[in-house]
Design a protein around this ligand. Structure first.
Ligand code: HEC
Ligand code: HEC
Ligand code: HEC
Length: 421
């Protein structure tokens, strides 16, 4: 957009801010008591909350579920998730069902203020009435917890809520809620990915103001210092993702032919694992179809091992790898014999951006469900930026037929900065 265009849009939105504050207040009906909700609806709401990762975002580390307080790092500073237990003063106690639906579809708080789009209402807006009603029933039957989120630390002008009206005027124009045929798994999968699953919040590229580039839906995006790779025909995966493989990955965070879910995806899976089988299956069917036209989907798997060439190009990386990585990752190592996928089967090494490989080396991998599972130590404190860069250059040259990554040392420094909490 030209700057004149931007200014015009901001002025138009200024009118909106006035209107919004003039209409503030919203529905005034008091919320119904917990015992008034239907049990089947509450159970349905639980399943939908798992698909939407409500708990993952609305729970502080070590805090009470749904009581909020998790810091979210955005390019505009730190924002804290709020308390969505039914507490009257600090949580959703003030939300009638209509007010809740308005928050989910329009990003407007019970008191009429705008909510930050880090709350992915640009996706939740597509959830249908029945699903939102079930989510409301589920949340309003949780145990109320009195807890207020810490104050946000956002840079001006993002610290002023009224500015969100400008953002909405520019970027938030949701279509009508989708109501898919319940007997068509592909349609159900598309609906869940787009609406409550909010996969695009990470897997779609964002513009400088944090809005999704919807015309490039699921083309791959950046979030929390990680790269969320494409989930469509652009996928750089070296082995095709089939519905069966995706389904297993959504349930366990693991697949024999792809790398374990890492970083933010590990967190997403922790909740997705508790969603209904049929819904995970539906998303798997839909996404496998989107990814099918990719090179791997067409049977062009390019798995290489150029150990000698890579070692002569990156001798320092090769010896660091031999010392720090080979005992687990080299073919024939005990971990490999236990059936963990060889390095080239993971998508990170084939991505255009090196940051997932870098973050995995810096942060390691915790068992995906907090219990038993593959573990990789974090090397962030034992290796320098230059050493991590050497290793990344070596494994890329050895295992991927794609062009070398450039500016790796700077990328490691950047990954450390963005990934630190
Ligand atoms: C990616 C993180 C994220 C996810 C996932 C998420 N939320 Fe939120 N949500 C937020 C943030 C951040 C806010 C506060 C925004 C603000 O203060 O403007 C919020 C606010 C809300 C509010 C308004 C409450 C208030 O008055 O502050 C409701 C209602 C809500 N979320 C419901 C849900 C539900 C239901 C789900 C799951 C379907 C969900 N959220 C998933 C980040 C998230
Ligand atoms: C908070 C950000 C975030 C959200 C939300 C998210 N993802 Fe991811 N996802 C990532 C990141 C980062 C990676 C890459 C790290 C890794 O490989 O584990 C990833 C990796 C994946 C992969 C593996 C791709 C490959 O080729 O290895 C799949 C499949 C996937 N996500 C599916 C989904 C689906 C389906 C949803 C919505 C239900 C979703 N993701 C929501 C961040 C996210
Ligand atoms: C103690 C064993 C261990 C060590 C040492 C180790 N890793 Fe890992 N690594 C793992 C495990 C386990 C996984 C997850 C495997 C899976 O997908 O199930 C993993 C996954 C990865 C992945 C993501 C998967 C992929 O194919 O892209 C990368 C990249 C990686 N490791 C690189 C390294 C590098 C580089 C080193 C040395 C600096 C290293 N690892 C050291 C155990 C280890």
């Amino acid at each position: 957009m030209t700057s004149a265009g931007l200014i015009r849009a901001l002025c138009a939105a200024g009118t909106l801010i006035l209107l919004a504050s003039a209409c503030a207040g919203g529905p005034k009906l008091p919320p119904p008591p917990p015992q008034s909700f239907d049990r089947a609806e509450v159970a349905q709401g639980f399943a939908l909350a798992k698909l939407g990762d409500c708990q993952g975002c609305h729970t502080a580390d070590g805090g009470v579920a749904y009581a909020g307080g998790l810091p979210l790092k955005t390019p505009f500073g730190t924002l804290y998730t709020t308390n969505i237990t039914p507490d009257a003063q600090t949580g959703l106690g003030r939300y009638s069902k209509d007010a809740f639906v308005r928050a989910m579809r329009r990003g407007v708080r019970a008191d009429g203020a705008h909510l930050y789009p880090a709350f992915p209402y640009d996706h939740f807006a597509y959830a249908d009435d029945r699903d939102l009603s079930a989510l409301y029933a589920f949340l309003m039957t949780r145990r109320p917890v009195a807890r207020t989120a810490p104050a946000n630390r956002l840079i001006p002008p993002a610290n002023i809520r009224g500015v969100i009206a400008v953002w909405k005027a520019l970027f938030f124009h949701p279509g009508p809620p989708a109501a898919p045929d319940p007997n068509d798994p592909r349609a159900r999968g598309a609906y869940l990915v787009e609406s409550l699953g909010h996969c695009g919040a990470c897997h779609t590229p964002h513009n400088a103001l944090g809005a999704e580039q919807t015309r490039q839906a699921l083309d791959g995006g950046y979030q929390e210092g990680w790269y969320a790779p494409p989930l469509n025909a652009l996928t750089p995966a070296s082995v095709p993702w089939t519905p069966e493989r995706l389904e297993r990955y959504f349930k366990t965070g693991l697949d024999r032919d792809h790398a374990a879910a890492a970083g933010p995806m590990g967190t997403v899976i922790r909740e997705l694992a508790k969603a209904p089988d049929a819904d995970r299956r539906a998303m798997a069917v839909y996404l496998a179809e989107l990814m099918k036209p990719s090179p791997a989907g067409r049977g062009q798997t390019a798995l290489v091992d150029r150990a000698a060439a890579a070692a002569s190009a990156h001798p320092q990386g090769a010896s660091l790898y031999a010392g720090a990585c080979a005992s687990c990752h080299e073919p024939g190592a005990p971990m490999m014999l236990q059936g963990r996928p060889p390095l080239p089967l993971g998508t990170p090494l084939h991505e255009a951006d090196p940051r997932d490989t870098i973050q995995i080396v810096l942060q390691g991998l915790q068992p995906p469900l907090g219990g038993a599972g593959p573990y990789m130590p974090a090397f962030g404190s034992s290796l320098t930026d230059a050493q991590v860069a050497e290793i990344a250059a070596y494994v890329r040259a050895r295992y991927s037929d794609r062009p070398p990554w450039s500016n790796l040392t700077a990328a490691v420094a950047e990954a450390r900065k963005q990934g630190a909490s």
